[in-house]
Design a protein around this ligand. Structure first.
Ligand code: F6P
Length: 340
């Protein structure tokens, strides 16, 4: 058996740990592994690298991905899907393990319908994939965000400022919410809820009128004010997603104008995506990598391996398509209780 493995979408901490686990378990099963570089693009333009244990044994703690990643959608390339299928055949691949978010996995599901054998592994810092309790990358990104907010808080307090911290996560507020709760932020704005400038400013004014001299406001990059997200770029990727960002600046300007307290914006951006994975992400990625190889061994294809109630499981790839996991009611309630 020859197994291909690729990473698609934004990188996250833990991708190398998955690759390492897949290679290890495949070798135990006597399978060969071929790394496909640069996501689905590596099967359009044939960009591959053989992977053996010697190549991956040291990478469990490495950030980023040795396979590189892109947001390539073969269905947006002329004859893209047919080329992918033909190249997979030429390379002698029996199965492709696709490690990605909803975009990458949706390509896998469509190619599966055309005859490719695919096993999906969920990953993203955004933690927005349905049918899995958690994605690796999220814990590491949240930890970095918390550390950053802790630091921003001390400088904000020293200067009596309101600090607005813009956080990645696309249209899901998981990183904003968890990091906001864990860092004790005063106000956390998530994309799942509309942002009302009047309410935000009234909250901050009351807080500072009562004697507080500094505040931390966390805002998810996917938030919109009065229905619009003015900072977002109009440039779309191959999955039609805009490049998000800019809400923090806009919010800080409006707060300063209305509340008359010096307000600064900090965009954490890619800092939270890079770097070494947390222990929890290393473990989850290793469990999912092993589970993906096991799915191949069990000849169960077109599934996504996932985590449910701390047990590794499998779901049909088709079940996750076009869906997104938003923050739940309990998390929203926690945010409200700690707006203080
Ligand atoms: O999906 C992961 C993610 O980090 C999002 O949180 C963010 O909006 C996006 O990727 C940024 O992607 P890129 O690095 O391609 O601009």
């Amino acid at each position: 058996m020859k197994i291909g493995i690729l990473n698609g979408g934004g990188d996250c901490a833990g991708l190398n740990a998955v690759t390492r686990a897949v290679v290890r378990k495949c070798e135990l099963f006597g399978y060969e592994v071929l790394g496909i570089r640069h996501g689905w693009s590596g099967l359009i333009y044939v960009d591959t690298v053989p992977l053996r244990w010697e190549d991956v044994r040291h990478i469990i703690n490495a950030g980023g991905t040795i396979l590189h990643t892109t947001r390539t959608n073969p269905f947006r390339h002329p004859n893209g899907p047919e080329t992918v299928l033909a190249n997979a055949k030429k390379l002698g691949l029996d199965v492709v393990i696709a490690v990605g978010g909803e975009d990458t996995l949706s390509v896998g599901a469509k190619l599966a319908k055309m005859g490719l054998k695919v096993v999906g592994v969920p990953k993203t810092i955004d933690n927005d994939i349905v049918e899995t309790d958690l994605t690796f990358g999220f814990d590491s990104a949240t930890n970095v965000t918390v550390e950053a907010i802790d630091r921003i808080q001390t400088t904000g307090e020293s200067h009596d400022r309101i600090m607005v911290v813009e956080v990645m996560g696309r249209h899901a507020g998981w990183i904003s919410a968890y990091a906001g709760i864990a860092s004790g932020a005063n106000l956390v704005l998530v994309p799942e809820e509309p942002v009302h400038l009047e309410k935000v400013c009234a909250f901050l004014k009351k807080r500072h009128d009562s004697g507080e001299t500094a505040s931390i406001v966390v805002v998810g990059e996917g938030c919109s004010i009065s229905g619009s997200s003015p900072g977002n770029s109009t440039k779309l990727d191959e999955f039609s997603h805009p490049r998000l960002g800019g809400i923090g600046d806009l919010l800080a300007r409006e707060i300063e104008r209305r509340v008359h307290i010096e307000t600064r914006a900090v965009v954490l951006g890619h800092i939270v995506r890079g770097g070494a994975p947390s222990a929890a992400d290393r473990i989850l990625a290793t469990r999912l990598g092993v589970a993906a190889a096991q799915a191949v061994k069990d000849e169960e294809y077109n599934v996504m391996v996932c985590l449910r109630k701390n047990t590794i499981s499998r779901v049909p790839l088709a079940d996750i398509l076009g869906k997104m996991k938003n923050i739940d009611k309990e998390t929203l309630a926690l945010l409200n209780d700690f707006q203080i």
